[in-house]
Design a protein around this ligand. Structure first.
Ligand SMILES: Nc1ncnc2c1ncn2[C@@H]1O[C@H](COP(=O)(O)OP(=O)(O)OP(=O)(O)O)[C@@H](O)[C@H]1O
Ligand SMILES: [Mg+2]
Length: 261
């Protein structure tokens, strides 16, 4: 008889060195792709300086009682800042539990000024995992290597680094992977916004070279898509346009994430 697989959450930090690489877009689309497969998925906005997930989830965090900022300040339990999206999004039995970050300037400034304790953050993650029986917890982060982002990277089981093929990004990705490797966590690379003129064979060759160079797992790549940029971050393609080729690509990334060891 096969041993039963333990139901443990995989926590995954989605990160990039440079801004605007597609972290939030990929997080939202992959979260929905996983939920549509029946998974219970937590999504946390840890881009405390520039939150963006609420746009995809069509929620105004200033209308909510608590956000992740309150959780990090120790004034709210994590589940109180968590919004169950499944009914609104009609996820066919899957679940998304979304923890937004505050969009109020005063609160953003307070969190940045006061910071937070590693323990508080770690306990919040553990509590969400247990309370909602999560299969996955995706954490969207702020670009770069400041303190709160490094904490998120250090706590998660896996790090997904998003990079464009732009040389500036590639340099930063190298820096990130070097930092990540000191944390002893598996690092997975996703190349995004591949320009249409670059052929798939070239991308694959480039991806292999990059993967070998940085000793990271190449989790996948996405082309530049007019539909994605044209959606103005207001639509999650995997939900609204499941037949679109980009939705298929996002589902491919979800599968790659499911195969993380
Ligand atoms: N594959 C793609 N093709 C075309 N546009 C894309 C693609 N992926 C993301 N974008 C667009 O790039 C922009 C930045 O995406 P997104 O906000 O997801 O990046 P980010 O890494 O989260 O940015 P930030 O670092 O500011 O948080 C958005 O306009 C988004 O629609
Ligand atoms: Mg973002």
């Amino acid at each position: 008889m096969r041993p039963r697989r333990r139901n443990v959450t995989r926590s995954i930090a989605v990160h990039s060195y440079k801004g605007g690489t597609g972290k939030t877009t990929i997080t939202a689309n992959v979260a929905v792709a996983l939920a549509l497969k029946g998974r219970r998925v937590g999504v946390m906005d840890m881009d405390l300086e520039g939150p963006g997930l609420h746009v995809f989830f069509d929620l105004d965090p200033s209308q909510l009682r608590f956000t992740v900022n309150d959780v990090l300040a120790g004034v709210a339990p994590p589940e109180a800042a968590c919004v169950r999206m499944s009914e609104k999004m009609n996820l066919n039995g899957g679940e998304i539990y979304y923890t937004p970050a505050s969009v109020k300037v005063s609160e953003i400034m307070r969190t940045l000024k006061e910071g937070f304790e590693l323990d508080t953050f770690e306990n919040a993650i553990r509590r969400l995992q247990e309370k909602f029986g999560l299969h996955y917890l995706l954490i969207d982060t702020h670009p770069g290597i400041q303190h709160d982002t490094l904490l998120a990277l250090g706590i998660c089981d896996h790090q997904v680094v998003i990079s464009r093929v732009d040389q500036q990004d590639i340099f930063g990705t190298g820096v990130l992977v070097e930092i990540s490797s000191t944390m002893d966590k598996p690092v997975h690379l996703i190349l995004n916004m591949i320009p249409p003129r670059i052929r798939e064979s070239e991308v694959l060759k480039f991806a292999r070279t990059l993967g070998a160079h940085f000793t990271v797992d190449m989790a996948g790549w996405l082309p530049f898509s007019e539909e994605v940029i044209g959606s103005l971050s207001k639509a999650i393609l995997t939900l609204k346009m499941p037949r679109n080729p980009m939705s298929q690509r996002f589902r491919g990334l979800a599968e790659a994430i499911e195969s993380f060891a």
